[in-house]
Design a protein around this ligand. Sequence first.
Ligand code: FAD
Length: 410
Amino acid sequence: MDDHADVVIAGAGPAGAQCARDLATRGYDVVVLETEQEDGFPRQSNKSTGGTFPRMMVAFNIPDDVVMQFTDDVVLESPNEHYVQEMPGAVLEFADFKRFLVKDSREKGAEYRFDSRVSKPIMEDGTIVGVEYNGSEQLFGDIIIDATGPAAPLAKKLGVTNLERQNQAIGIEREYENVTFDCEGYADLTDSMMLRLDHRYAPGGYAWIFHTGADTAKVGVCFIQNDSFQKYATADRTVDGYLEHWMETDPRFEDAVPIEGKQHRGSAHIQMPGELSTDNFMAIGDTVPTVDPLWGEGIHNGMKSARAAAITVDHCLTPKTPDTSAENMQLYNELWHEEVAPEMKRRLQMTELMYLATNERYDQFMRDLRRMDPDTMSKANAGNPFAIAKLIHRGDLSLVARFVKHQLAK
Ligand SMILES: Cc1cc2nc3c(=O)[nH]c(=O)nc-3n(C[C@H](O)[C@H](O)[C@H](O)COP(=O)(O)OP(=O)(O)OC[C@H]3O[C@@H](n4cnc5c(N)ncnc54)[C@H](O)[C@@H]3O)c2cc1C
């Protein structure tokens, strides 16, 4: 085996590049294969709004120069109400962020091969020992990591991930200038990240406006083709059509002009993960459904899964006799469920309940949030059943009945 590394990572997204960064810092010989060309990277994979929070910036030592705008609040909107939560955040220039992770991990010793599309695992006695890329090229590793996002060419073939089409949320976003941030009848969105629950604009999902400085914003919609989508969606209106519809009907966009070349689109799966790892192999970031189902935070979760994978590499390769068996790799699964995405099942259920609600119920939800103390709210957000119960009303019987029917059908 001439072309060999300690660790081979497919995909230079936030998860893959962060994992390379951690491993190179620990002195491992790590090679990242990325399908896009280096010139202009990232293009197609420049897909994210990049809304994040100080806990991610500090935990992963992310410099301010990849931030477009620091924000003060998170605003939740429904058709006729809103709720403002003071919560400092940062809207990243996602492309700069990705390039920073590549540059920093390179400086720490990681090797990157751009224009290298990974297609399948190389197997020996039923176990992955390397990857095939660009048709016939081969690279071998002690541990292989799939960080290609929903593409998952390795994890799918190894049966480690079971990303299902019906659980795929799709999103589109454009950047605009001349947006009105303080419009009468709406919350002031200056220095805010706003998420809107409104089936007219995002049936079975949500829409957003993230302030990116001056009069500019990232504006997008995403949804999953769930029951609410079937119920509320207008026939033939695509995800792009929904964004256009919102732009045409919301007064905040009356004078808005799209910024050329600033369009992002992508998808993520909202479901329970499968196995996560096997002999010599782990899947990280969006390759396994790591994105938070409720609010779509995928960057921080993906980075945490990268770190959990790096810890597992160290655990497996440091001993005198390295052990990369599926059993020893289980450390990654444990860390994932305990630290990366704890309470995933409950958060998925909360998400389903939320998207089944009507627009009128969203208005009521905002009124409830305004009267709730912040402590109960953060407990509800973390999946505490007692705090969630405080958000359920007597009139929610039919909503809860539909939710239970769904759960039983699963
Ligand atoms: C529209 C939209 C808005 C979002 N907004 C937010 C937000 O505001 N905040 C937030 O926290 N999260 C957000 N997310 C989610 C977040 O962007 C993702 O969770 C995150 O990018 C996942 O990182 P990743 O490294 O796992 O995968 P990706 O970002 O998908 O990176 C995968 C990398 O692998 C490469 N690749 C793909 N196939 C191959 C192959 N065969 N061989 C080699 N390389 C390959 C790709 O080019 C890419 O560079 C958003 C997502 C979308 C779609």
